[in-house]
Write a protein that binds this ligand. Sequence first.
Ligand code: SF4
Length: 341
Amino acid sequence: MKTYLLDLHPDAYPLEGYRRKQLLEWVFVQGVAHFADMSNLPQNIRAELEQTYALSAFSKVEKFPSTDGSTKYLYTLLDGRQMEAVLMPYQDRVTICVSTMVGCPAGCSFCATGRMGFGRNLTAGEVVEQILYAARDQGWQPSTIRNLVFMGMGEPLLNYQNTLNAARILLHADGLGMSQRRITLSTVGLPKQIIQLASEDVTVKLAISLHAPDEETRKKIIPTAHAHSIKDILESAREYQRRSKRRVTFEYSMLAGVNDHLWQAELLAEQLRGLIAHVNLIPMNAWAGSGFASSSEQRIQEFYDTLEKLGVPVSVRRSRGRDAGAACGQLALKRPADAAA
Ligand code: SF4
């Protein structure tokens, strides 16, 4: 069985000296898909690499472009399982949202991925290849994609080691050479893992999906809230902030009549006191059968105003890729038509 090259840390790549450097450049700078295309490597080396290593873990890729310019990629893995990434070009940057699992065990009730249950963890290489493939498909070198969010399918901190290994490949100068501050890891809020992450050499930005400032509401929509209190999550966020010196983002999906009461905005402001935090309000992206609806624009504005008045930095996320089933909470909806609520 061949070794999947992309699973390896750049320091562990085969070949030596400048040949190794050439191989790394073909993979991470040029983004080629085949050893045969690595034209400055001698024929016999290319043949040996071909025999020992695989450059892809995807058997099939489908893509769903959105009218807003973003593209959802549906990747079928060698074992037939599927996961997704979303590429979002903005005026001044390109961001990719990658998956760390097939499905997700966290089971958040408003999230399509949560409803599909857990398939398996992705390997580090399967995370990295999502970026390499999308760049190649767009006719770009991988370095065009400078921003990355671990916000696709899966809870990255429940696939801790592979996510960390993927981040190290993304950050390594001989890998994708990304910057720590352009990578965001989004978690449902697992205090133990957040504290562990705070002790690693990887200090990416942290986003915590809080979605409610009170235990009762949070437990209704996020099953893991039964195991982890808001107090413990915020404590771990403080620890991460202390070590990483980074502002922590709190994601807040606006669900009509569930978590959008103004007393909840006031309580949220109180909970976040003492943290350098930013709240990102996300209008819920509807999907058929979710049982939830997005808060009205007026209510989102009122919630925003309440937070702002109380001194909490806040923004409203503009959804991308909704018509392609690629927006937050919609991943797992394979065909765009499934996104219609
Ligand atoms: S919101 Fe995130 S953590 Fe929750 S089920 Fe969906 S993918 Fe998993």
